[in-house]
Design a protein around this ligand. Structure first.
Ligand code: ATP
Length: 356
């Protein structure tokens, strides 16, 4: 157990660090979902590599391959799996590494199993998915220890300019990491891209969320996260669900000081808004056939984070990203549209050189 002590391979600027979950996905495709007590014959079972953290790391890595042989952004992953898990060594690890993600900081735990997700893809509903997650190692060892994670980030040869967090690790860890990394860019801590998926049932404190650089949510998560923000009257809270993205986003800027808010709208595309007033919608890409939407949101997060890391590596400040945001959203939206046309999680994420 414990983080490997072998030296991290030299990482070149810019650098992204993804801190999050790694899962093995058991994906069953079925014409329709069974009702209570009903048994159905499904179409197929695929065992694949997934987990929101791992998917986003793979997306960031693949986004950085502008050609099949050159990577312009280095990507590392901090996560945890079960020790000697054959699925890790044969599926997850090779997939991460072939996508240009450093696996040096993935803890191999003897106390916990690799996390898993049972995913049902309903073909009759346009590839809509239903997911049950067993956290396993994603909730133990290093993933429950903020100081250890911060130490692993600091030990990296190149300080990450972007830190990516999601909601599949313990809430306490996420709050601690948000508070630490949102604490000051001046201290070389990197900009946080936070994708609160799934939203913790207990919510997120305003203190932790305060000054998050980038918040990426789907429409449901945007409503759920709005409830976390202080300053809402009960009447407001009841009305949240009927609010449009352009009504939800300003609350995150004004109340929590979030710099960039991105609300993904499924087939309709993405709403974006910045604290300094840049806002708009990038329409969804019309695709011939939606096969499986698994990892579409993660593809968007990874691609957007890579664009941000490239921008910050020029020495520019986050506020100046306003001029680049539309292009970054368009590229990430196009990558996510590619993803929905393929089956699976990590395997469905496109490489950048394969995007045209
Ligand atoms: P998931 O949980 O399925 O990964 P999500 O709920 O986090 O996704 P969505 O808003 O559903 O997020 O989708 C994320 C992005 O994927 C969208 O903003 C869009 O860019 C792309 N996308 C999703 N569905 C479609 C679709 N049917 N056609 C084209 N693009 C899509």
């Amino acid at each position: 157990m414990g983080i490997k002590t072998s030296p991290t391979p030299p990482l070149s600027n810019p650098h992204i660090c993804i801190i999050g979950s790694l899962n093995i996905d058991f994906v069953t495709s079925t014409p329709r979902c069974p009702g209570p007590g009903e048994t159905l014959t499904a179409t197929a079972l695929n065992v694949t590599a997934g987990g929101k953290g791992g998917n986003q790391a793979v997306a960031a890595g693949r986004a950085s391959f502008l050609t099949p042989t050159s990577q312009d952004v280095s990507v590392s992953m901090i996560g945890a799996v079960g020790a000697e898990d054959p699925y890790y060594s044969t599926l997850l690890k090779p997939c991460l590494e072939k996508s240009g993600v450093s696996t040096e900081n993935i803890e191999e735990s003897t106390d916990f199993q690799t996390g898993s997700a049972s995913i049902i893809v309903e073909e009759a509903a346009g590839g809509e998915n239903r997911i049950l997650v067993v956290p396993g190692a994603n909730h133990g060892g290093i993933m429950s220890d903020v100081a250890q994670i911060v130490g692993a980030v600091k030990a990296q040869e190149v300080s990450p300019s972007v830190i990516v967090l999601q909601g599949e690790i313990p809430r306490k860890t996420t709050l601690g990491l948000l508070e630490y990394f949102n604490g000051g860019v001046a201290d070389d801590r990197g900009c946080v891209v936070f994708n609160p998926a799934p939203v913790f049932p207990e919510g997120i404190s305003l203190e932790a969320l305060r000054n998050t650089a980038v918040l990426i949510m789907n429409e449901t998560e945007a409503v759920q996260m709005s409830r976390c923000i202080a300053g809402l009257s009960n009447a407001d809270a009841a009305k949240l669900e009927s609010l449009q993205p352009e009504e939800l986003a300003p609350r995150f800027h004004d109340v929590a000081g979030v710099q960039v808010v991105l609300i993904t709208l499924g087939a309709k595309g993405v709403y974006f808004s910045t604290k300094s007033g840049r806002r708009g919608v990038v329409n969804g890409v019309r695709v011939p056939k939606v096969v499986d939407t698994t990892a579409a949101g993660d593809t968007f997060v990874g691609y957007f984070s890579t664009a941000l890391a490239r921008f910050l590596a020029t020495g520019a400040i986050l506020e100046a990203f306003d001029n680049e945001i539309q292009g970054a959203v368009e590229k990430a939206n196009a990558a996510a549209a590619k993803c929905v046309q393929r089956r699976g999680a990590m395997q469905s994420i496109p490489f950048s050189y394969d995007m045209e």
